[in-house]
Design a protein around this ligand. Structure first.
Ligand code: SAH
Length: 214
């Protein structure tokens, strides 16, 4: 679990790379510079940890590309103390970035093995989010409402439960699309029934799965 000068140097380069790709939010860049991404992936990928690419992390799932993590984090406009619901904990990398931004994070993962692995890892790195094993489509009604909700898997549609669990004035960031390509979408809750929708650029996420009988 070491984070040495070499790793820190590589992170600085990564920050320069995502800056050149259009990320300009200072707080987000700082968070990316801080989180030791190499500790979230298997040792065999060590040399690639600070390349701007996604990786397999087991159970057929991926750790998101740093650019994508930075992009989604920017869209959320996190303020210190924001209560954030993340769907798709995965490696926990995005969770850590949100926490560096000052969010209180609740995160749901549907793969038991990933859930267990990340639940053990994050506290070792000093991050203590609330992690849940369950179905992201349903959100966490008992802990709602949330200031922000982030979906880190490709959703075929926008789940009503998540819209409901958002505070008025809050934002839901979700990649929406039925195939392998999704459109990054930002919903802002204007009042109980009204949402403003912004559609941004295309991404390719692993799917938000529905096939389990919860
Ligand atoms: N935020 C993660 C990205 C992981 S990829 C990271 O930074 O590493 C997306 C994750 O969503 C996968 O771990 C996948 O298992 C999970 N997922 C897919 N469908 C889900 C669902 N219905 N509910 C909760 N998690 C889901």
């Amino acid at each position: 679990m070491t984070d040495n000068f070499k790793h820190k140097g590589l992170r600085k380069q990564l920050v320069e790379e995502i800056k050149s790709k259009g990320i300009s939010d200072e707080a987000v860049l700082k968070a990316i510079e801080k989180v030791p991404r190499h500790l979230f992936i298997d040792d065999v990928f060590l040399d690639f940890a600070y390349k701007d690419t996604a990786f397999q992390i087991g159970a057929g799932q991926t750790i998101s590309q740093p650019f994508t993590v930075a992009y989604q984090s920017t869209l959320l406009e996190i303020k210190k103390g924001d209560k954030v619901l993340e769907i798709g904990t995965g490696s926990g990398y995005q969770t850590a970035v949100l926490m560096e931004l000052g969010a209180k994070v609740f995160s749901i993962e549907r793969q038991k093995s990933l859930f267990e692995k990340t639940k053990a890892l994050l506290p070792q790195l000093g991050y203590t989010p609330k992690l849940y094993y369950g179905d992201g489509y349903k959100g966490l009604p008992n802990y709602a409402p949330f200031d922000k909700i982030l979906v880190t898997a490709g959703a075929p549609f926008i789940p009503e439960d998540l819209k409901e669990q958002l505070k008025v004035g809050g934002k839901l960031v979700i990649p929406v699309g039925k195939g392998s390509i999704q459109i990054m979408t930002v919903l802002t809750k204007i009042d109980k029934e009204t949402f403003e929708t912004r559609k941004l650029q295309e991404f390719s996420f692993v799917p938000l799965l529905v096939d389990k009988a919860w």
